[in-house]
Design a protein around this ligand. Structure first.
Ligand SMILES: Cc1ncc(C[n+]2csc(CCOP(=O)(O)OP(=O)(O)O)c2C)c(N)n1
Ligand SMILES: CC(=O)[C@@H](O)[C@H](O)COP(=O)(O)O
Ligand SMILES: [Mg+2]
Length: 627
């Protein structure tokens, strides 16, 4: 959409229309609401001053970039936001050439801009990267790695710091406090303008004074941090005053050096119900625009997160050695009530997964029992810290890995696909996974006194399996849920529920069902016995096939010299998993129970024809007959 020729009034109207479009679609599809509404005016300013056809537009996390999508040929397609096969909730160059880079994890934008600036310089092109990064995303160390180089190399980059004084929840830490210094408010602005106009009237000789005065102002604005790093700072400006945004971005662009434009915005701007520091409106499901009420009442089984939250609260009330940390996801991980109740034992460290992981190590060393609550996908950001600061020291930190498996509409940057594969190779790590409410509670109780690094993974939303009791956990011990004939279903975590559901579609075939419980260490004794009794194994686990549960079992067969057991894995193939409702994505991957039942039947038919055990399984009739 060409907007450079629009008047300020027309740009105001456009902002209104964009907000209405966002509200219309997000109220129907769900998505990120308050971040996107708050960024509309700044994004209009970006498109007015820069050229998205040549300048790299880089959004940090990019959850706030809906207005950018609406301004770049996706107005109609926006109806398909976050739906399977529709447009993503994040930037994606495969979706549009106006999206410079994929994102979804925070704090990568300035590094991307530095890289782009290097390429532009090497190619001698007239292009300038423009970044939007939120105040919450400024808490991650990666930002300072990038600023450190940028301030030194002085590449022309314009960074818009979209400061709405919110992360998902209230931002924590010195950086956010620094950015929202009191003097950066309207009072300071007025005083600064008055002083500048006064100084302009002074005689030539007074310029030295003016300079000093101007510098002293910088001491009381958030600009100093950046200025000291060699990055020009402009602001704070009103991030909803489009003419002022345009004027400031034009100045920043003309400076030909790295510049941070600090814009103060209101999260949720334009939709009164969502305006302000309201965590709920960061990411929402479908809702009634008039009332703001969710359209889908969250009925049904408790989510795994709720089980985690309630159980840890109960455990923490009885054991003051239990401590915990979240990296800016207090609500999503269920730690919010613990942060409130035990502020001296539970911490939100901001978007700082590396720091969250490492800082728990000394607590374990000092005799505490730390729980690091973190999404599978975000733990990737603290991977070396798991190895270097937790496993190598062999200290008893428990990683409560939420969102393990397919997460749905957040798509390829957020799927919890890799934690089994990336944690299993690490020495001293123990990996376990519950599959329903009671097993999860028992797993957490087991974790409290487990003295070494431990990873417990669990899915987004409710477990697939119903709730029933299981034996207490013992390290490395699996549990055979039911005996069967010929075929063994090996379930791990939520995969146990999937195995149980799949078995229901195979009436006459009564597979044995194993709850593996630990993928490291394996229950070698029981697995040896099962390999003697069951020659066809099917693996149900919600993670990548490579390095996952089937890989672990194949390694086990190899080490034990076990032959003649066929193993089929229903884990994820070697590709990124797209966005969409979880059930729809699973259907696309052929992982719904009815689909898996067909695959089992086909496999058995094939193997019986190949001189298997003489029985023929008819997948249509779902019957077994003697060959
Ligand atoms: C590495 C990483 N950790 C956590 C998240 C989850 N997350 C997504 S947006 C967000 C808050 C971002 O706050 P801010 O940058 O201020 O953007 P705003 O939504 O306020 O515009 C968080 C914590 C993430 N995307 N990436
Ligand atoms: C943008 C981002 O990374 C978070 O808002 C994420 O979308 C939260 O995911 P959940 O909705 O699973 O908590
Ligand atoms: Mg923010």
């Amino acid at each position: 959409m060409q907007i450079k020729d629009k008047s300020p009034e027309e740009l105001q109207e456009l902002a209104q229309k964009i907000r209405q479009r966002i509200l219309e679609v997000v109220s129907r599809n769900g998505g990120h609401l308050s971040s996107t509404l708050g960024a509309v005016d700044l994004i209009i300013g970006m498109h007015y001053v820069f050229d998205a056809q040549k300048d790299p537009f880089i959004f940090d996390v990019s959850h706030q970039a809906y207005a950018h999508k609406l301004l770049t040929d996706r107005w109609d397609a926006f109806d398909t936001l976050r739906q399977f096969g529709g447009i993503s909730g994040y930037t994606n160059p495969e979706e549009s050439p106006y999206d410079y880079y994929k994102a979804g994890h925070s704090s990568t934008s300035i590094s991307l801009a530095v890289g782009a600036a290097k390429a532009i310089r090497l190619k001698g092109e007239d292009r300038i990267p423009v970044v939007m990064i939120g105040d919450g995303s400024m808490s991650a160390g990666m930002v300072y790695e990038a600023l450190n180089e940028l301030g030194d190399r002085k590449y022309p980059v314009v960074i818009i710091l979209n400061d709405n004084e919110m992360s998902i929840a209230k931002p924590i830490g010195a950086i956010s406090r620094y950015l929202s210094k009191g003097m950066a408010g309207p009072f300071y602005q007025k005083l600064k303008r008055k002083t500048e106009s006064l100084l302009e009237m002074l005689p030539e000789g007074a310029t030295y004074m003016a300079k000093k005065f101007e510098e002293s102002f910088r001491l009381i604005t958030p600009g100093m941090l950046f200025e000291e790093l060699g990055i020009e700072y402009i602001g704070p400006i009103d991030g909803h005053d489009i003419p002022s945004i345009i004027h400031t971005l034009q100045i920043a662009k003309s400076m030909g050096k790295p510049v941070i434009v600090h814009a103060q915005t209101i999260k949720g701007k334009g939709y009164k119900i969502a305006e302000g520091p309201l965590e709920h409106w960061h990411g929402v499901g479908p809702f009634d625009i008039e009332t703001g009420e969710p359209l889908k009442k969250s009925a049904g089984a408790k989510s795994a997160t709720q089980i985690f939250s309630e159980t840890l609260q109960e455990l923490a009330s009885r054991d003051e050695k239990i401590v915990g940390v979240t990296a800016a996801m207090p609500g999503g991980t269920g730690l919010s009530p613990l942060l409130e109740k035990y502020p001296e034992r539970f911490w939100d460290v901001g978007i700082a997964e590396q720091h969250a992981v490492t800082s728990m190590g000394p607590l374990a060393k000092e005799g505490f029992k730390p729980f690091c609550a973190i999404y599978s996908t975000f733990l990737q950001r603290g991977y070396d810290q798991v190895i270097h600061d937790i496993a190598l020291m062999n200290v008893g930190v428990t990683f409560a890995i939420d969102r393990a498996g397919i997460v749905g509409e957040d798509g390829e940057t957020h799927q919890g696909a890799f934690d089994i594969s990336y944690l299993r190779p690490i020495p001293n790590m123990t990996l376990m996974a519950p599959f329903n409410e009671r097993s999860f509670k028992k797993a957490l109780r087991f974790a409290v006194d487990f003295p070494m690094p431990l990873a417990i993974r669990y899915p987004r939303g409710a477990f697939m399996a119903e709730d029933f009791d299981v034996p207490d956990y013992e390290t490395g011990r699996a549990h055979l849920l039911r005996e069967g004939e010929e075929v063994l279903f090996v379930g791990y975590g939520n995969g146990v529920g999937r195995a149980l559901e799949t078995a229901k579609h195979l009436e006459e075939l009564r597979p044995a069902i194993l709850d593996l419980r630990f993928v490291k260490p394996l229950d070698r004794e029981l697995l040896r016995e099962l390999a003697r009794r069951y020659r066809q194994w099917f693996v149900f686990s919600e993670g990548a096939r490579i390095g996952g549960v089937a890989s672990a079992l194949e390694e086990f067969f190899e080490e034990e010299g076990i032959e003649g057991v066929t193993l089929e894995s229903f884990e994820y193939e070697d590709r990124f998993i797209p966005h969409g409702k979880t059930e729809v994505v699973e259907e696309h991957l052929g992982l719904r129970p009815n689909q898996l039942a067909r695959k089992v039947a086909q496999r058995l038919e094939t193997s019986s024809k190949d001189g298997g055990d003489g029985r023929v399984y008819n997948s249509e009739k779902k019957s077994v007959s003697k060959g």
